[in-house]
Design a protein around this ligand. Structure first.
Ligand SMILES: [Zn+2]
Length: 350
């Protein structure tokens, strides 16, 4: 019997084109724009196509575009595109005037108005997808890895007893998961797991477990599940905290734990992507735990965090900023990391 070989779509991108990863990670649609002459660019490049300025920045753009041409690829030199499912591609003209190459979903035809998104192909490279506007919520594509409906999935929670574990259990069941297992489940079957949710990083830093032990525990879980996820093209979810990206100064121990968790998540993501699986990470600003007490603003409830994770999985996002404070901080972090560091230092007294 011939073994079916799984091929990833091409993953090499220019450094300029990698700029699409950020918007894709949180479900935004942005195009490179020249700060000197305002010209919108596509494909991504190093210098403005109109005035040769190098001051190109990624700015959010309306998603509307018009299909100019369509084609179905029946034979491709890329193994990933030469299977039984022939992808449809097309040229679409964005409102700014630039013309993009996009994968067409649904019934998009020449002359139709479409809705553009960046989506992750297996392997983690970003492609442009054009959907009929009405079906935006339920996009489907043979080529992209999104959405990943949760119906029928076998899930494993690294801690199913803590508040997030409990909230994830109900959110995943509501979304149609077949099984939600935890460390205590007797009927858990590792070889069928398609979704791992790491719910265990919030365990109190005061507890009698050292950071080294937590890191070892994560690495063991990664060894246990990464091969299965690669096999089943599954997803790992790391529920972290914004402290993973910018320390909460009055919580040095907790912040260090989160920074370690972030480094582990990024390493695991690279490994999973190279095997056609993926990793989603969440960075809430304030949860109902002792370590977040000094953070100003409203507390995100556990069910809200669980729902944000489920929604991100359904929409194919990679990074989740589930509350307004974390989104605001992300904006500041992207703009000026040092200013955010000082802002957070001034708002809490260690
Ligand atoms: Zn320019």
């Amino acid at each position: 019997m011939m073994e079916k070989i799984f091929a990833l779509p091409p993953r090499m991108r220019s450094r300029a084109a990698l700029g699409m990863t950020g918007p894709a990670a949180t479900g935004r649609f942005a195009l490179q724009t020249c700060e000197d002459c305002n010209n919108v660019q596509y494909p991504p490049r190093e210098f403005c196509r109109k005035c040769l300025s190098s001051a190109l920045v990624w700015r959010d753009q309306p998603r509307q575009a018009e299909v100019l041409a369509e084609a179905t690829i029946y034979h491709s030199l890329e193994p990933a595109f030469s299977g039984a499912t022939a992808p449809r591609t097309g040229l679409v003209r964005h409102g700014s005037g630039v013309v993009l190459v996009a994968f067409l979903t649904g019934d998009c035809r020449v002359g139709d108005t479409v809705h553009l998104s960046y989506v992750f192909a297996p392997g983690g490279s970003v492609v442009v997808q054009a959907d009929p506007p009405a079906t935006d919520k339920e996009k489907a594509s043979v080529m992209t890895s999104t959405p990943r409906p949760l119906a029928g999935l076998n899930c494993y929670l690294t801690d199913s007893e803590n508040p997030l574990g409990q909230a994830c259990t109900s959110a995943l069941r509501d979304a149609g998961a077949a099984n939600v297992w935890g460390p205590a489940s007797r009927d858990a079957d590792d070889s069928r797991v398609e979704l791992v949710v790491e719910t265990s990083w919030y365990a109190g830093t005061g507890e009698n477990t050292s950071l080294g032990q937590r890191i070892e525990a994560h690495l063991q879980l990664a060894e246990r599940f990464a091969p299965v996820l690669a096999d089943r093209k599954g997803t790992w979810v790391s529920a972290l905290s914004f402290a993973a990206l910018s320390a909460y100064p009055d919580q040095p121990r907790y912040s260090a734990q989160m920074a370690a968790a972030q480094a582990l998540a990024i390493s695991l993501r690279a490994r999973l992507l190279s095997q056609g699986a993926r990793l989603v990470a969440a960075y809430p600003a304030k949860l109902d735990i002792e370590e977040h007490q000094s953070i100003a603003g409203s507390t995100l409830s556990w069910p809200s965090l669980a729902l944000a994770l489920v929604t991100a999985l359904q929409n194919g996002h990679e990074d989740v900023y589930p509350d307004s404070q974390s989104r605001l901080w992300l904006e500041r972090l992207t703009k000026d990391r040092k200013a955010l560091e000082r802002e957070m230092a001034m708002s809490s007294v260690p």
